[in-house]
Design a protein around this ligand. Sequence first.
Ligand code: HEM
Length: 339
Amino acid sequence: MARRSTFFHHLHPPTIPRREVRFRYTFGLGGLAFFLFGVLAITGALEMFYYVPSLEQANASVQMLTFLVPYGWLVRGVHYWAAQSLVVIAILHLLRVVLTGAYKSPRRFNWLLGVSLLVLVVLLDFTGYVLRWDTAIEWALLVGTNLLKSIPLIGESLYGLVVGGSEVSGDTMVRFYTWHIFGLALIAAAAIGWHIFRVRRDGGISTPEPRPPDRIARDDLVKREVVAMLLATAALLLLAVVFRPELGPTGNFSQLPGEASAPWFFIWVQQLLRWGDPLPMGVLIPIGLLAILILIPYVIDRRSAGVGRWFNREGRVAQLVVLVLLTAVIGLTVLGVVK
Ligand code: HEM
């Protein structure tokens, strides 16, 4: 029989070291993120049949999808919950990678791909949220995008590129729609393919050397993956049925909101903005945070010792840095919510 060599077989060789796929090592988080992205692509494509990216019809088309189209509310609900879960799961996956030293050489480049994926996932959530075009998105649309203007020299042009003009208009809607689908989702799909391809190229999921000889068969792995996907599907359906995503009346957006709320994943930035100017608080601090993440395997912990061990001693500084950053972001979010 001819040897098959597809992307699937690349990721699922006939046998895999048992240790690599141990649940209490990966918690299935990377695979879950991959699955959620697939759900988002399918439900997003279905939403595209009804969504109209225009000033007059955007909000009305989401209303129609939600209240008139058969099962439209369910498709929208699953898309919404898959998007929120993906942000959380990607952060937990990052945390797992840091705490097990999986960012270390030879996986440094894949760490960079991962950081880019985190940025793409957050921007996808942000642009998708704006597409509702209801009164609740005021902060995101006006304060969020205005942060770009505070960047010296390139701020105005960057704003024009993102928003489609010198202020919010009908073009903004088309711009966000195009960013969401072509500018971000397609790029994220390609980056995810590359990221997962690299996992194998880097020698499989990280494990301490020498690797124990115990291996599991491909079929076993696939069975586990199918069960995990069924459980995740059930959880998404449950969330979509019980907690319907909000949808207010169409927004006006003629002036900057005084105290509108940011989407949950940007409440920490909104809180920082209450304390200082847009450039340091809304632009430099988030960029600094990303820079620290990027530097982890290149500056903060350059040794490869400790790979594949939870809370390895060699990676203590990197672990501490990430835990402090995460606690700060969560703390700011809580402060932002209780104000
Ligand atoms: C859409 C987002 C993402 C998807 C779909 C994804 C997918 C995956 C998958 C399927 C794996 C192999 C299984 C596993 O380790 O759980 C993996 C491993 C890995 N991911 Fe991600 N990932 C994403 C985001 C991230 C982020 C945010 C980071 C870190 C900044 C990251 C860094 C890594 C690294 C370094 C590995 C290798 C881990 C090891 O060998 O132990 N990924 N990813």
